[in-house]
Design a protein. Structure first.
Length: 201
């Protein structure tokens, strides 16, 4: 894996859209919406405003979802990324209390493992109607004195009893060495997504 400078692209970390499109399949994501009409910082409890000291029960996100993704900005300069490209993939969410695991299934999950050197499982937590999960570990790369790895994260919110929408952000964590490209510090390559599961019987 190598980091590109001067207009070249980061190699070895393909986006989920690029991975799935590569197989001939088709992954689309509006940004996470915050509640309207709330004073102060938004509270992650769907569209209801509650007092800041109240605790929201974690929503039950567990189930199998059909996901549609759309590639947005590519600040981290991932290869094979084309803004507006869409793809689709299944995911399985398991949950125990506020602990959550998001597994990318099928060919998309296999290619995600190959691209990032990690199991295709994002681990995180749920607070009210909002979930955040990170890919457990990715392969580290070096370029001169720079050591870095991808740090993908899912941020999403329930939009109904059986649907969610959010963002899949590909970020880079590095050791901050002068050999690291400047954009490593705060870049994000983003895919928006919408996902739905069969309604409860």
């Amino acid at each position: 894996m190598r980091a590109g400078c001067g207009g070249t692209h980061v190699r070895g970390g393909m986006s989920l859209v690029a991975l799935v499109v590569w197989t001939g399949c088709v992954l689309d994501l509006p940004s996470v919406l915050e509640p309207d009409g709330c004073d102060g910082p938004p509270v992650p409890c769907g569209t209801q405003c509650i007092a800041p000291d109240e605790v929201c029960e974690p929503r039950d996100f567990a189930g199998t979802y059909a996901v549609s993704l759309r590639a947005g900005v590519n600040q981290c300069q991932l290869e094979n990324w084309e803004e507006g490209t869409t793809a689709e993939a299944p995911i399985t969410i398991t949950q125990e209390g506020d602990a959550i695991a998001v597994q990318i299934d099928g060919i998309a999950g296999l290619l995600l493992s190959l691209g990032f050197g990690a199991e295709p499982v994002f681990i995180g937590t749920v607070e009210g109607d909002v979930l955040e999960a990170r890919l457990a570990a990715t392969r580290q790369a070096t370029e001169g004195g720079c050591a870095w790895r991808f740090a993908p994260v899912i941020r999403a919110q329930a939009t109904g009893t059986s649907s969610i929408e959010g963002r899949l952000e590909y970020r880079i964590e590095s050791n901050g060495h002068p050999d690291c490209p400047d954009f490593f510090a705060d870049c994000a390559s983003v895919q928006s997504f919408v996902a739905s599961r069969p309604p409860d019987p």
